[in-house]
Design a protein around this ligand. Structure first.
Ligand code: WTA
Length: 661
């Protein structure tokens, strides 16, 4: 396992503001202080009660948690439950069939709304179609789709029949898609001809064609949604149109309960080594914590709220807080295909105004981008419908938090009117591995602090520990750990249980190591300080330094490479690569452009280094480990720190010299 570095405590301690919820908000709040008390008094009892409250079980469970196979947990193991039934059919049976489940806003401005009845029918048809293509319980389905309703329909159809979906972010390359398809041995791929990006059609299917061009894969069918109508190359053996296969399928389909521990999905995420990890989530526990946190953290009133989570379904936030939790809770949500700046920089606020969005959940990188564009843009829209704002994906700096509160959360109409009480802001810390919120305020209970996720959600036990695994005191920093198993926890890494144990359970005895640095303030509230391992966070997307390094050294020009995440005002971190070349590039060739394109093709455009610096040497310790810390200093334009442990002490001067050239 790779070494971790000690998190640096920045000057967050100066931040002492706290904003208590208004009396009005408290009066109608869903989350109550008693939940903490109940969970503290009887944690498993609390989860059992929550499980029965938020889900309809086909077969009730008798045992809440089985931890005998630690670190692989079993939650509600003898219970049976169907995720799609809980997200769809039961709402229709309860008379909510006409409630809008999804308001879809396409990038070109086309719209579609699905009521719960319509969405249920669509999912039943997709489930029948998938079965007719030979997909059965336990089979894997790769999903490579844009943010369109068919993405949610596909995921729920898989869940309905017990097939395991593996969503691959549409921004990943053909190579990345192929490695995920191979690792999970997917039988079916669901994709689209393309999507819309900034007013233009953008292709998706060619990446699938390329991914499956070489033999040796397990895919039997590729189902293609027609989204932008662009020409596609057709593979008669594999390809089928969604419109012909799904739309003609029967609208009758009975959901049966699956075992609580039946895998619901695999989602690949970057770790500290080159190979992405297929994080496994199972059904019962995941859905319970997803639904409960969505209800409590966002103060969800499903009858009246309009929820909008801006995450793509290619990431865990899109899984939990687009596909599963809002629908299980019977909420109405907005789904948007495009980017925030197309056709203009007020696009999001136009959408909030149009649908009367009440709860907005997004990432700090988006907030910082809006800050840069200027408040006059949101100020010219009516955002008075908003009553709660959420943040996820990376630490939110206090400035961005305050801007979010003052500009978005106080907007009471386009005339510069202010809300009497700005909306609460909930900063939510969690991971692909944790499945659902772990640290987040309860908006009707917690006095929220700008920049802190603060408190574990009821029923979750987190801590900050030192190098030795000893709990630190208030005012001190260390490593974030989770002390007890939680319902939505990952159940392993697909095909590599040793790596699961090694990555998460070997750093501290009996505790889950999250990979994040954190500190406790004087009140014991938790402040997240970023990753302490070789994982970068670029615009809230996880990228592995090692994965990008492997890609670079795979290029014939490159002898060695080191990648660091350098602080960036907007994206949080930016990828900076240092490379040693092994061949002289051709006269006039732009090596940097060639290498950037190579990484883009290998992993995906999001992984392209912002800067690539060609250097004569890399700083290494005597044992040959690259000292990324020193390179980070260079990348961030700081004076280089202690380099006394370098094998060759002149290396940093050589690098500085080469950069001056
Ligand atoms: C970071 C995204 C600070 C953290 C849900 C974590 C955060 C990684 C926050 C997981 C937050 C996420 N404050 N840091 N509120 N939320 N992170 O798997 O470093 O894509 O380990 O899950 O994002 O990223 P992932």
């Amino acid at each position: 396992m790779s070494d971790t570095h000690t998190p640096t405590l920045d000057n967050l301690s100066h931040e002492t503001r706290a904003f208590a919820p208004s009396a009005e908000f408290v009066a109608n709040a869903i989350g109550k202080p008693e939940q903490y008390e109940a969970a503290n008094a009887d944690r498993l009892g609390y989860w059992a009660e929550t499980a029965r409250k938020v889900l309809t079980w086909d077969t009730d469970f008798t045992e809440v948690l089985d931890w005998s196979g630690a670190p692989v947990a079993k939650w509600f193991a003898d219970g049976k439950v169907n995720a799609a039934y809980n997200a769809l059919d039961r709402h229709v049976e309860n008379g909510l069939g006409d409630r809008v489940a999804i308001h879809f806003e396409g990038e070109p401005g086309d719209t579609r709304s699905y009521t719960y009845s319509q969405l249920t029918t669509a999912v039943k048809q997709a489930a029948n179609a998938f079965e007719s293509l030979g997909v059965a319980k336990g089979d894997r389905v790769a999903v490579y789709l844009p943010m369109i309703p068919e993405a949610v329909i596909t995921m729920l159809a898989c869940a309905r029949i017990g097939a395991i979906h593996s969503v691959v972010f549409g921004g990943f390359s053909a190579d990345a898609l192929r490695s995920r398809v191979d690792d999970a041995e997917a039988k079916l791929v669901v994709t689209a001809d393309g999507t819309w990006r900034r007013g233009k059609p953008s292709a998706l299917k060619p990446a699938v064609d390329e991914a499956l061009a070489a033999p040796g894969h397990t895919v039997q069918n590729v189902l293609v949604v027609k989204r932008n109508g662009q020409d596609v190359t057709w593979n008669e053996k594999l390809d089928k149109w969604w419109s012909e296969t799904v739309d003609s399928a029967s609208t009758e389909h009975t959901a049966v309960g699956h075992e609580s521990e039946h895998p619901l999905f695999v989602l690949y995420t970057s770790g500290t080594t080159g190979k992405p990890k297929g994080i496994i989530h199972t059904t019962g526990g995941y859905l319970v914590q997803a639904a409960a946190t969505h209800r409590d953290t966002f103060d969800l009133h499903p009858e009246t709220d309009v929820f909008w989570c801006t995450a793509d379904i290619g990431w865990v936030t899109g899984h939990t807080y687009v596909t599963y939790a809002p629908l299980v809770n019977g909420a109405t949500q907005v789904m948007y295909e495009g980017t925030p700046d197309s056709p203009h920089q007020g696009r999001w606020w136009e959408i909030v105004e149009k649908y009367g969005v009440t709860i907005l959940y997004t990432a700090p990188t988006a907030i910082r981008t809006f800050m840069k564009w200027g408040r006059q843009i949101p100020d010219s829209y009516d955002l008075s419908s908003l009553r709660l704002l959420g943040s996820v994906g990376e630490p939110i700096n206090p400035e961005a938090w305050m801007w979010y509160r003052e500009v978005i959360g106080s907007n009471n109409g386009p005339n510069g009117e202010k809300k009497e009480h700005p909306t609460p802001i909930v900063d939510t810390w969690w991971q692909t591995e944790t499945g659902a919120h772990m640290i987040a305020p309860l908006p009707g209970v917690t006095a929220t602090k700008p920049g802190s996720a603060q408190t574990p959600v009821p029923g979750i036990t987190v801590d900050v520990v030192d190098e030795m695994g000893v709990s630190v005191g208030n005012g001190e920093g260390g490593f974030l750990v989770i002390r007890d198993p939680w319902p939505a926890m990952l159940r392993g890494i697909w095909g590599d249980m040793d790596r699961y144990k090694e990555t998460y359970w070997s750093r501290f005895e009996g505790m889950y190591f999250a990979g994040d640095g954190a500190k406790k303030d004087e009140d014991g509230d938790i402040w997240l300080l970023g990753r302490v391992d070789d994982v970068m966070n670029v615009s809230g997307h996880r990228l592995s330094t090692t994965e990008i390094e492997s890609s670079l050294v795979a290029h014939p020009y490159v002898a060695e490479a080191a990648v660091v995440g350098a602080k960036d005002e907007t994206t949080g971190e930016a990828v900076v690569a240092f490379v040693i070349l092994q061949i002289e590039p051709a006269e006039g060739e732009d090596v940097v452009a060639t290498l950037r394109a190579h990484v883009g093709k290998d992993i995906g455009p999001i992984a392209k280094p912002r800067h690539i610096l060609v250097v004569p040497e890399l700083p290494k310790t005597r044992s040959g480990k690259i000292m990324r810390r020193l390179l980070k200093d260079v990348a961030e334009g700081r004076e280089v720190g202690d380099s006394t442990t370098l094998a060759d002490s002149t290396v940093m001067t050589q690098i500085a010299d080469s950069m001056r050239k």
